[in-house]
Write a new protein. Sequence first.
Length: 85
Amino acid sequence: KEPEQNEALLKLASKFRMNTDRKRAIFCIIMGSEDCEDAFEKLCRSSMLQNRSERDTCRVLFECCLNEKAYNKFYGHLAGRMCEF
């Protein structure tokens, strides 16, 4: 099931114009996580919250939030955790 999920997330990343490997990886982490803490831990472990990756992580998070039809608390909680880091 996981390879199918990864493939679906990669297709969705392309649809959302995630045009670099780093942005696609961040997108898959955020969208494939169980909850905010899971996403935060995966982003930390993959060094996506350091240096230039942090900027891309914020952009991807913002794009994901904008593409939601209704407000989703997940993105706000994740952004808060990233700010605390």
